[in-house]
Design a protein around this ligand. Structure first.
Ligand code: UDP
Length: 325
């Protein structure tokens, strides 16, 4: 099969590319390298067997001619290209909205034109500021005001979901929507805010671990290879089209406890330091206090079960950063 991955040089996209190459497929990547990097694909290009089946095009998905050519000639599309990371969204609000809304609309229009199955990456951000758990795909959503720019990301991803589902309803487009919860693993960078790579590299370099607020906010974490497994199961399943699925972890942990766990695992002399939100972010920032997914829908349809727990995830990320030094 010919697999097209928009954002294929990104963290999740590059792991997905690897899985399809391992399976013997051809992989086409389009990536503007805004947050992705060719380094994420270097090990695949260095593999003689994979290099013959990996085609990387550095460009924006807003380039209609290229997108048309790539979607027209592939069998299935994974639309992973997006502005990601809380820090990136706050630093680049307009660019983020443009790529998420206009870019996704173009991808979906072309998938509908060429009748190509497409899986689009949405986000747990879509749920907004819920405190209840677990979050179910049919839950209502609660956002903050438009003066707080974090919510522009949630709103843009929500529009992506509506556009995909509308295409499914009106044109019969085989579109699947996945809401990624916090995903971690090797090659994820802490540059755009992601907590685990940030705390692990701080612990390894003897710096204070920067825990924002009171550290009582909680998350679950999913290993990137589990995420890849889930999306591969979904695109194969005939009943996934027109549906929205959470993909996330099941072990909830507060960020403060996470920081202490990382210090202990690394055997670091670093201290855990609470940083007030006003110091860490611009004034228009609001954090999410809790975010725990229900993955029943995904499990029931595909039989998916995560294989890597939080301890194993942290071990793998710590090993990655140790080897990188
Ligand atoms: N966080 C933190 N220290 C950091 C980076 C993040 O305490 O150096 C917190 C952040 O405020 C949030 C959680 O860790 O409560 C997860 O942040 P991340 O940006 O990884 O993902 P989010 O769930 O916010 O999208």
């Amino acid at each position: 099969m010919r697999i097209l991955i928009t954002g294929g040089a990104g963290f999740i996209g590059s792991h997905l590319a690897e899985a399809y190459l391992k399976q013997g497929d051809e992989v086409y990547v389009i990536d503007d390298l805004s947050t992705g990097s060719l380094d994420n694909l270097a090990h695949l290009q260095a593999n003689e067997e994979y290099a013959k089946r990996l085609f990387v095009h550095v460009d924006t998905i807003l380039n209609h001619d290229i997108l048309l050519q790539m979607i027209g000639t592939c069998d299935v599309v994974f639309h992973m290209a997006a502005a990601v990371g809380v820090q990136y969204i706050l630093d680049n609000p307009l660019r983020s909205i443009r790529i998420n809304i206009r870019g996704t609309e173009m991808v979906l229009d072309l998938c509908a034109k060429f009748k190509k199955k497409v899986l689009i990456a949405s986000s747990s951000e879509v749920y907004g500021k819920h405190l209840h758990a677990p979050l179910v795909e049919t839950d209502n959503i609660i956002y903050g005001p438009s003066s707080k720019f974090r919510w522009s990301y949630a709103a843009s991803k929500l529009m992506d979901e509506f556009t995909a589902l509308a295409h499914h309803r009106e044109n019969g487009l085989e579109a699947i929507v996945v809401r990624f919860f916090n995903t971690v693993g090797p090659r994820q960078t802490g540059t755009y805010g992601m907590v685990i790579p940030r705390l692990v590299s701080q612990a390894l370099t003897g710096k204070d671990l920067t825990v924002y607020g009171d550290g009582e906010q909680s998350r679950t974490f999913t290993y990137v290879e589990d995420v890849v497994k889930a999306v591969m199961l979904l695109v194969k399943h005939p009943e996934a089209a027109g549906e929205v699925f959470n993909i996330g972890g099941v072990e909830e942990i507060s960020i403060k406890d996470l920081a202490y766990k990382i210090v202990e695992k690394v055997g670091s002399s670093s201290q855990v330091k609470l940083i007030p939100y006003e110091e860490a972010f611009p004034a228009d920032f609001e954090d999410m206090q809790r975010r725990l997914p229900s993955i029943e829908k995904l499990k029931n349809l595909t039989g998916y079960a995560p294989t890597t727990d939080l301890n194993a995830i942290l071990d793998k990320v710590i090993e990655f950063f140790r080897n990188k030094k």
